[in-house]
Design a binder for this molecule. Structure first.
Ligand code: SF4
Length: 348
């Protein structure tokens, strides 16, 4: 009797769990409801939605949570998550894994912001499940600084630096919106953990049609990214190795330190790229925020002040660990922009 009541309770919570399918309770629900891997593979609707999830991640970088009409739809949404993880694991592409995990985390973040408008209990549940030991009071969250440091390690904006935060009893003081942004990082950690899964070959083979479709989308995305990195008027073949290295990291969705972002932005603006073209280069970054990026790029371009920053010299690049892969041209220059001009002049 108690078991039945428990399952009913889980079913009532069903709809809400389908928006956060990485939570332990969502996993428990799938187990307790008796779904097997075979059920998953043979569920056409879950399979279709799973493929949609991965394709949405590739195309837009955010897996939007849909409007859920009934329990069947909620169940499909919930089951499509483990299925999407299987699809991504069969492809075994590190760029896809990061992009997919980030798109799931961003989708959940957007949903969380909406949910918080009507009920703040969800943030307590998520925090507990994700192992974040926060203290809540109206409009204020206190986070142990060890959790804070771990979860903001990939957030580059100055406002996240510990020196810019106020502390209360050894805990970092945060507004609710800031805390939710940090929860997104924890969701990403949870989702990316264990990927790629070790999926047996026969299962991957049985999904070959979907996998092929996803691979095609991935190919198109990669081509577009290549295009973005071949700016009109610029010659990427003449970029110095340091700049090429930073661009490759951005393309791969790897978090790039602030000093490297400044260097690549100033370099590209100085060789003639527009503010919009430079912003596009950051779109793959795990912490991409268009308004913030625009503000920073426009600041370096001197849109308001009229004074454009120049790129850092080789000496500064070395100091910050951004001088990577120097070659024979580097011996003749002291500045990445001189490298570019020299190589263009020599036509090499
Ligand atoms: S020596 Fe200068 S131009 Fe060459 S890789 Fe280092 S920073 Fe870049």
């Amino acid at each position: 009797m108690r078991e039945l009541e428990h399952l009913h309770l889980q079913l009532r919570l069903h709809r809400h769990l389908c928006f956060y399918p990485f939570l332990s309770r969502a996993l428990e629900y799938v187990k307790e409801a008796g779904f097997t891997l075979d059920d998953l593979i043979s569920s056409v609707s879950a399979r279709i939605r799973a493929k949609e999830r991965v394709i949405e991640a590739i195309r837009t970088g955010v897996i939007q949570r849909p409007v859920i009409g009934d329990d069947t739809q909620a169940q499909t949404e919930l089951l499509s998550y483990p299925f999407a993880r299987i699809l991504v694991s069969c492809i075994r592409d590190s760029y896809l894994i990061r992009r997919y995990a980030l798109a799931e985390a961003k989708g959940a973040y957007k949903r969380l912001i909406e949910d918080l408008r009507s009920d703040d209990s969800i943030i307590h549940e998520l925090s507990e499940d994700l192992g974040i030991h926060a203290e809540f009071s109206p409009n204020l969250v206190l986070l142990p600084f060890t959790d804070y440091l771990r979860l903001t390690a990939n957030l580059r904006d100055k406002r996240w630096k510990l020196v810019n935060r106020s502390m209360v009893r050894g805990k970092v003081r945060l507004g609710m919106t800031e805390f939710v942004r940090i929860v997104q990082e924890a969701m990403y950690e949870r989702i990316v953990k264990d990927l790629p899964l070790d999926v047996p070959d026969d299962i991957c083979n049985s999904l070959s049609e979907h996998i092929e479709h996803i691979r095609k989308e991935l190919g198109v995305k990669r081509k577009n990214l290549e295009g973005l990195h071949t700016p009109p008027g610029g010659d990427p073949g003449s970029y110095p190795p340091c700049i090429t290295n930073i661009l490759n990291n951005l393309k791969a969705g790897i978090n790039v330190p602030h000093s490297a972002r400044f260097a690549v932005t100033a370099f590209l603006l100085n060789i003639g790229l527009s503010v919009d073209e430079v912003i596009e280069l950051y779109r793959n970054s795990p912490d991409f925020d268009e308004a913030r990026t625009r503000y920073q790029v426009e600041h370096i371009a001197g849109v308001k002040s009229g004074t454009r920053y120049t790129a850092p010299s080789c000496a500064t690049m070395r100091t910050y660990g951004n001088c990577v892969g120097s070659d024979e041209f580097c011996e003749k220059v002291t500045h990445p922009l001189s490298y570019y001009r020299l190589k263009l002049k020599l036509g090499k």
